[in-house]
Design a protein around this ligand. Structure first.
Ligand SMILES: [Zn+2]
Length: 289
């Protein structure tokens, strides 16, 4: 039965204000103060939050709030400040229930923050920090390029190892992976995709759904659709990757490393024996600019 507009608004409020009421079934909704999670999520890059400023380990500072107040959905997506990136709670571990309208947790990315963290691919700053990860080494040995910054490559290698142990019926959702690093803008925008930072992966395209492929999507009539099993989603989430299937503007093949939106993940085990990270490079520090 479709939700009434009032019920839908209430659901959005509950999701935006975790801790103020019940959460979605099975969800492990991350509680505020979310901004402090940036320090815990990116310990190699971020020193502290200081009176409205984010302080990087190289001493540079970024303003957390641009002073523009609560933004429209379009402004939130196109021009988010650092605070806006954390405005919507991400329901880690939840079922794949259709997200409420305009509920896209993690889809707003502050460009200055990500350029500082991973580099600007249009200036050639991302490529030197990439390494290759062998995808599902027991099944394909497809090689994928991802960044070493923040240990993303090692995290994806750990995801790959877990996925590799799933039964064969999961293979069609994972193989071949659609791609990782790609210096491109998001379709229909001038914003660099998470793929341009080397932090994202698309799994098998054939079994995926994307809001822009839905009939009448561009006129705002977005009907949620997902075929990706939650077993796969939950493995990614446990290693710090959010899923595009949790967005109203869904992209079910898409995962990206966004640990600030997830419950804390265990520190990386460096040089773990048998892990499938090729040409392992030390984690990069954020770019000095
Ligand atoms: Zn993607």
């Amino acid at each position: 039965m479709p939700l009434s507009p009032i019920l839908r608004a209430c659901l959005v409020l509950l999701l935006v204000c975790p801790g103020s009421g019940p959460t979605r079934a099975g969800a492990d909704v991350f509680a505020p103060p979310a901004i402090k999670r940036l320090v815990a999520a990116y310990p190699e890059a971020i020193e502290e939050i200081d009176e409205g400023w984010l302080v990087w380990r190289d001493g540079s500072r970024m303003q957390i709030d641009d002073g523009k107040g609560i933004k429209s959905f379009r402004a939130w997506l196109d021009d988010p400040d650092i605070e806006d990136m954390l405005r919507l709670s991400y329901p880690a571990g939840a079922d794949d229930v259709p997200p409420p309208p305009e509920y896209d947790p993690g889809r707003a990315r502050n460009a200055a923050f990500f350029d500082k963290m991973y580099g600007d691919c249009r200036k050639g700053e991302v490529k030197p920090r990439l390494t290759t990860v062998t995808w599902l080494p027991r099944k394909t040995r497809q090689r994928l390029e991802v960044t070493t910054v923040n240990g993303v490559a090692a995290r994806l290698a750990a995801v790959s190892q877990e996925l590799d142990r799933l039964p064969p019926e999961f293979d069609k959702f994972l193989l071949p992976a659609g791609g990782t690093y790609n210096c491109r803008v998001i379709a229909g925008t001038s914003r660099v995709s998470a793929h341009g930072y080397g932090i994202a992966i698309d799994i098998a395209v054939r079994q995926s759904d994307y809001w822009r492929w839905a009939p009448d999507a561009l006129s705002g009539n977005i009907v949620y659709r997902n075929r990706i099993p939650l077993e796969i989603v939950h493995i990614f989430e446990r290693h710090g990757f959010i899923w595009g299937g949790r967005w109203h503007h869904y992209d079910t093949m898409h995962f990206e490393y966004r640990p600030e939106l997830l419950p804390p993940i265990a520190p990386l085990e460096r040089t773990a024996p048998g892990h499938s990270l090729d040409n392992a490079a030390p984690n990069g520090a954020p770019l000095k600019k």
